[in-house]
Design a protein around this ligand. Structure first.
Ligand SMILES: [Zn+2]
Length: 521
């Protein structure tokens, strides 16, 4: 369904590879245009662009980079995973670019375009810079300026001192990022989450660390000793054109997007120092972040906090990892259970696990809510699932405001409830309702704010999806059409829901999933 062509950039003279396709199916079938989606790739710099034509009045720009904080690849260990390099860099980008060295220029310009300003976030596996404007003109005009900030920030010594960390006249640790993390680091949820991620993604036996357990926001002790030179090096390694995609969504002409994208390409070509060439980079980043890194297995033997697979009626040698935290109310705490999930490419399994967690925890009538919350003697105030897909992600269950006295009852009761579901209690009618609700929410959301409904899938695809030119696991070379097909699979969840509906006669399918991904892990 996708077609491939080339277009020469008016400013850069790069011969871009352009793949066009119809719109994602979750955004409806009214738009019949065969090039509602256009993906651009520069063979010169490997920069990518994606434009998706939706009928939103708001036009959104996302500049996305895959950011891994693994301590330095190939055993170089030039930084610590908890240095918070992705997050500190995110802050410094807004302080100015080589062309526009003054802070706040972006927001000043954005305000003129009736935009709600610029924003950014740092996740475990990526950093995103965003901007939305009323109509497409503002976003198009601001795109090259924003990209200039991201790719060519000033990263000055003085900016680092004020924005990241310094010691003031009274001997206190200050700095915007430092104070932000100070407010977060010793919070209950964040302490539990850090511990869970350390157990899920331990270092490999050769000492290589996984970026999935990193505190990408930065730990206070690391921020106190971080240097601007490390941030500069991180920028040089990760903020490269081959690790960058510009995504524009809304009511926009692809020709306008292309012109602005090509302007960014021209800027890169003009600025490209010899040292920016891959082979001359000081850093050892080779290939794509994450997909080129090994995800070490969990350490199971004699590890406090790691539970062996559950066997009913057998003595279960499991010891929870407990963490104390400062709190005014010492009678309550949080429990988190987490499991490694399937690989990124098993999209149906991921989607069906999400449905399963909805089945188990959503609404007062769900089995786990009934067992833990909605009864005469509740053990906690709420329960809720969480997950991240990653190359090999995790799924997690949170028990909130657990009575400290009854903490020990939680885990055994949880496994009993899951065992009951597996051994006969599974309610297919309830699952049918869960899928119906999920589908309705999805379709309503994609009608109201199409960008929100598709952006996560687009991000995931950029980080983990197969790319044209790479070798597939089968050994063949991936084509631009394959790449586009994978993008559709990452965004369009409807076929996965159809598949789930096809399993509504078959409780053993759902019970098998629970056994494989919850009980036996
Ligand atoms: Zn921040």
């Amino acid at each position: 369904m996708a077609t491939v062509s080339t277009e020469v950039g008016p400013q850069s003279s790069t011969e871009w590879i352009v793949t066009s396709s119809p719109l994602f199916s979750i955004l409806g079938t009214e738009n019949k245009s065969t090039d509602a989606i256009k993906s651009y790739r520069s063979p010169k710099t490997s920069l990518r662009g994606l434009v998706v034509k939706t009928d939103e009045p708001i036009c959104s720009l996302h500049i996305l980079l895959s950011t891994e904080s693994n301590g330095g690849g190939n055993g170089s260990r030039w930084h610590h995973p908890d240095d918070g390099l992705p997050h500190t860099l995110e802050h410094l980008v807004f302080l100015g670019s080589q062309t526009h060295p003054h802070k706040g220029i972006l927001d000043k310009l954005a305000n003129r375009c009736m935009a709600d300003g610029t924003n950014a976030w740092t996740a475990t596996d990526h950093t995103a810079y965003t901007l939305s404007t009323a109509g497409s003109e503002g976003a198009i005009n601001l795109m090259p300026i924003f990209a200039d900030h991201v790719l060519f920030p000033t990263l000055t010594d003085s900016g680092f001192v004020t924005e990241i960390h310094h010691i003031n006249g009274k001997g206190e640790n200050k700095g915007v990022v430092y104070c932000e993390m100070q407010g977060r680091e010793n919070g209950e949820g964040s302490l539990v989450d850090r511990a869970a991620m350390d157990l899920l993604y331990p270092p490999a036996s050769n000492g290589e660390t996984s970026g999935y357990s990193a505190e990408t926001g930065g730990k206070m002790s690391n921020l106190r000793t971080l240097t601007v030179d490390k941030v500069r090096r991180y920028h040089e390694e990760y903020y490269t054109p081959d690790n960058t995609i510009l995504i524009l969504t809304g009511n926009v002409e692809s020709a306008d997007f292309f012109k602005a994208l090509d302007e960014v390409e021209a800027l890169i070509l003009k600025r490209q120092q010899p040292s920016m060439k891959v082979e001359d980079r000081s850093g050892p980043r080779v290939g794509r972040p994450w997909t080129n890194s090994l995800v070490p297995p969990m350490i199971v033997e004699n590890k406090v906090g790691v539970y062996p697979p559950y066997k009913p009626n057998e003595e279960w040698k499991a010891q929870p990892l407990s963490i104390s935290f400062p709190s005014e109310d010492e009678s309550r705490g949080t429990i988190s259970l987490a499991w490694r999930g399937p690989p990124y490419s098993t999209r149906a399994t991921w989607n069906h696990l999400t449905l399963l967690w909805d089945y188990l925890t959503e609404s007062a009538a769900s089995p786990l809510q009934l067992a833990f919350v909605e009864n005469d003697d509740p053990l906690c105030a709420d329960i809720g699932p969480a997950s991240d897909v990653f190359t090999e992600g995790y799924h997690q269950l949170w028990f909130q405001e657990v009575d400290v006295e009854s903490m020990e009852e939680i885990v055994p009761l949880f496994y009993d409830e899951i065992s009951k579901q597996i051994n006969g209690d599974f309610d297919l009618a309830r699952m049918s309702t869960v899928i119906r609700r999920y589908r309705r929410r999805l379709l309503e959301g994609s009608e109201r704010r199409p960008t929100r409904a598709i952006i996560d899938g687009i991000c995931r695809n950029f980080m983990y999806g197969p790319r044209a030119g790479e070798q597939s696991t089968g050994g063949s070379v991936i084509s631009p059409q394959d790449e586009m097909a994978a993008l559709h699979s990452d965004v369009d969840v409807l076929p996965l829901l159809d598949e789930a509906e096809g399993k509504l006669e078959d409780a053993s399918y759902w019970q098998g999933l629970m056994k494989e991904f919850i009980l036996d892990r």
